[in-house]
Design a protein around this ligand. Structure first.
Ligand code: TXA
Ligand code: MG
Length: 343
């Protein structure tokens, strides 16, 4: 059944309906500036269990708790390092998640048994208003089946989880399009757990100290976003790190002439391409999406383009790898996790 509201309801009525649904212990998918979240009342364990079940998410994988303001930080976390406070004041509402020691009142289910909790204030106006009216925290993993493509519009959620959510608050297309940057603290030092559109350099500038890589932590922290294969389409995705033009030339020749084209033949001919180059006249694959060269525009479109390419008729998705600079790091991170191989 379609869970996206028909828009006869006013925005106020839609928000009130979302709040009432959450208070009744049911699931609401909600928009954020990054991606859509699958929401439930963080203090209602039965509701939180439904989130794990709907996503097929292992119970040991902790959830982010969304709150309405940085002023609520102490209700959810303790032993908060000064640099975490500075970051919350600087970047919230916004695409930054902070992992901090949790308050005892948070159910263990939310944090997958960990003693820390991931917190974030999202920037989408509908969701911020929903959080204010709701009053409490709302758990919100991305609103997709575990390991699958992340949703960046209400229709993506409807297609993947429409039969499992009780309501989808439709806030249109997400402004940023990829998941938040996640920072963990150890001995008051910040560690980058997941890349997002707020870069490690921006964070360093705000707090005046370097952000460490999470690989520098003495013990690995548990975060499924850091699993090697994640955010993946159903169809195999190959990341093109070699010369795209050369590959196209090989593909569009009448007889596949070189080893790369031969490799692709293993997958089949119905190719969906995401490239910075325009579609060649003699391209005979399934689809060609001409990608923007501006990082923010690319990130915003990325998951929607992968959803478009991930069709039953498609044999393989080819994505031209963006330049390996710090600005592109979050995009390349998602593409690498989504890909089976490089070509
Ligand atoms: O942009 C986002 O962060 C979106 C929107 C909806 O807010 N949410 C999102 O949630 O991406 P999810 O569950 O798909 O990714 C959250 C990541 C997971 O990799 C999870 O393991 C990690 O955060 N995480 C959550 N709590 C944690 C904790 N206490 N310690 C370590 N990692 C944690
Ligand atoms: Mg996710």
């Amino acid at each position: 059944m379609n869970k996206i509201p028909n828009h006869n309801k006013s925005i106020d009525e839609q928000i009130q309906h979302a709040v009432a649904t959450l208070k009744a212990g049911r699931l609401v998918a909600f928009p954020t500036e990054t991606v859509y979240g699958l929401g439930a009342d963080a203090h209602n364990s039965a509701a939180v269990k439904k989130v794990f079940a709907a996503k097929h998410r292992p119970a040991t994988h902790p959830l982010i708790v969304h709150i309405s303001s940085a002023t609520q930080l102490d209700q959810w976390a303790k032993q908060i390092p000064n640099c975490a406070r500075i970051l919350s004041q600087h970047f919230w509402p916004g695409p930054l998640t902070l992992i901090l020691p949790k308050q005892d009142t948070i159910p263990d289910l939310v944090t997958g048994g960990l003693t820390t909790v991931a917190l974030r204030v999202p920037r989408h106006p509908l969701t911020l208003e929903m959080l204010r009216q709701f009053g409490g925290g709302i758990v919100g993993p991305s609103a997709n089946t575990h390991g699958k493509l992340t949703p960046t519009c209400a229709e993506h959620v409807q297609t993947d989880l429409g039969d499992k959510v009780d309501y989808i608050l439709d806030g249109g297309e997400c402004e940023i399009g990829i998941e938040s940057t996640i920072i963990y603290f150890k001995d008051d030092e910040p560690y980058l757990v997941r890349q997002g559109m707020i870069t490690a350099n921006e964070i360093s500038r705000v707090i005046g100290t370097n952000v460490h890589k999470d690989s520098e932590l003495p013990t690995k922290i548990r975060a499924p976003g850091s699993l090697e294969r994640h955010y993946a389409p159903n169809k195999p995705l190959l990341l093109v790190t070699s010369d795209m033009q050369e590959l196209i030339n090989a593909l569009t020749l009448p007889e596949p002439a070189n080893s790369k084209a031969a490799l692709l033949e293993r997958y089949g001919n119905n190719i969906a391409v995401l490239s910075f180059l325009p579609q060649p006249a003699n391209f005979s694959g399934y689809s060609w999406q001409h990608m923007p060269t501006a990082i923010d525009l690319y990130a915003k479109k990325l998951y929607a383009c992968l959803h478009n390419a991930d069709q039953p008729q498609v044999d393989v998705i080819l994505v031209e790898c963006p330049p390996k600079t710090e600005g592109w790091a979050a995009v390349i991170d998602r593409l690498t996790r989504a890909s089976q191989d490089e070509i």
